[in-house]
Design a protein around this ligand. Structure first.
Ligand code: ADP
Length: 426
């Protein structure tokens, strides 16, 4: 089955956010981890989001990866490809939003690309080409101090122009509010004037719906999850995507097997969720210093789990309170201790899967990324949300067989998140 919408996301968490947004707005969506193998078998889906890590790499590398992803998506039938960037337009004067947008446009035969990072739900709005983050212009928001991509200019027409070969235009709010015909005419005028891409204003979701419908008439667009919302709603409204209450039904077909939670987040919310889980499930608190000292602590954890897991879900946690984390960091360094623990939790997750776990909840963004890499899962079908921003995921093309996962950023979810997640995963 041909997909309707393809997307290339410049980082993994952005890809997950977009995939979840597309699903909530009616598209059956798969998110891949990197560029998939040409032979990857997809279930019936409307959209595929290819997750890349190209936000801060050299522009030439970003272009190479994005164009390879574009070829994969077009081969699967994608008529429109959205380049998913951060809603705060994280980039530098050399890229990568401009170079990738132009390369994708060239690959699709040229034409004008509509660009907007607006995502009103999270406070990102664009007016007269200026990006606002909540109530502040981008250059006065905390993004001005971002460690990798400090943003010193809120005027996105200028920002985009500095990283583009071609001319950059503006599609202002009056042209969007006037409706599709005026908007189409504005795009045509810009195209005739030789403009290659245009920043589009958007303040309300209805602006993104108008932009989404018009963007679908072109092969490429660039934006954040807000534009994804506009594209998804336009596909559903036009009848191209089958409007159905069962968008996520296939994603939660039972997989059976054993179930477990692995936690590496040390956030306040996760620490509290672990305390709550202790009332209803066996919880093993790993000793972080022993974990770093050698493989014994991992072996002990696997053995502990093996004795209990056939009776019901278990929890294995490296998570610790701030004073314990600081002590470990002062002994081994912040990055080194973080990576070493991620590596240990991912080994534990893989060992649990090898012993029959098919329903797995992982707490912690980096912890999840490391575990998914270790398990070599090529893609996920997005299911219903357990908590805002955290959907049930069903593996696609997994060599260990179908699994259900929940990958939770540290601070997400209510206090009973672990039981709530497992109650949705059968
Ligand atoms: P969050 O989503 O809360 O940011 P992450 O998994 O992204 O969670 O980050 C948590 C980091 O803390 C990971 O690198 C993890 O390996 C590390 N970590 C986990 N437990 C400990 C601990 N006891 N001491 C030090 N670092 C730890």
């Amino acid at each position: 089955m041909a997909i309707l919408l393809g997307s290339i996301a410049d980082d993994y968490t952005g890809a997950s956010d977009l995939a979840n947004t597309l699903t909530k707005n009616g598209l059956r969506t798969v998110q891949t981890v990197g560029i998939p193998d040409p032979s990857l078998a997809l279930p019936d889906v409307d959209a595929v989001v290819v997750s890349l890590k190209i936000r801060s790499v050299p522009a030439a590398d970003a272009v190479t990866a994005a164009t390879a992803a574009e070829r994969w998506l077009r081969r699967r039938g994608a008529a429109h490809v959205l380049y998913k960037v951060c809603s705060t337009f994280d980039s530098t004067d050399s890229g990568n939003i401009g170079p990738v947008t132009e390369a994708l446009s060239d690959a699709a035969g040229g034409g004008l690309v509509l660009v907007t990072p607006a995502f009103p739900e999270t406070g990102r709005t664009v007016y007269l080409g200026h990006l606002f983050v909540g109530g502040q212009p981008l250059n006065e928001s905390p993004l001005k101090d971002h460690p990798l991509n400090p943003m010193h200019d809120a005027n996105l027409v200028r920002v985009m122009a500095r990283q583009s070969r071609g001319a950059v235009g503006l599609i202002d709010l009056p042209a969007i509010a006037a409706g599709p015909d005026t908007l189409r005419a504005r795009l045509e005028a810009l195209r005739e004037a030789g403009v290659g891409s245009a920043i589009a204003d958007a303040i309300f979701e209805r602006d993104l719906e108008t932009l989404g419908a018009i963007a679908l008439e072109t092969p490429v667009s660039t934006g954040a999850s807000g534009l994804g919302l506009g594209l998804a709603r336009a596909l559903v409204r036009s009848g191209r995507a089958p409007a159905s209450d069962a968008t996520t039904a296939n994603a939660i077909c039972p997989v059976g097997g054993l179930s477990a939670v692995v936690a590496g987040s040390c956030s306040k919310a996760t620490l509290h969720q672990l305390d709550v889980a202790e009332r209803s499930m066996p919880v093993l608190r790993l000793d972080p210093e022993r974990l770093l000292a050698g493989p014994d602590e991992i072996a002990a954890a696997i053995s502990w789990a093996g004795d209990r897991i056939s009776a019901g879900p278990i929890v294995v946690a490296a998570s610790a309170a701030p004073e314990i984390v600081s002590r470990l960091q002062s002994l081994y360094g912040r990055e080194a201790s973080g990576h070493a623990i991620e590596s240990a939790t991912s080994v534990i997750a893989a060992e649990l899967v090898a012993r029959g776990v098919r329903r797995l909840v992982i707490a912690g963004g980096e912890t999840s990324g490391a575990a998914v890499d270790r398990l070599a899962i090529p893609a996920f079908l997005i299911g219903p949300e357990i908590a805002p921003g955290v959907p049930v995921l069903r593996t696609v093309g997994n060599t260990q067989g179908d699994m259900l996962l929940a990958l939770k950023s540290g601070n997400f979810g209510g206090e009973d998140f672990f039981t709530a997640a497992l109650a949705m995963m059968h």
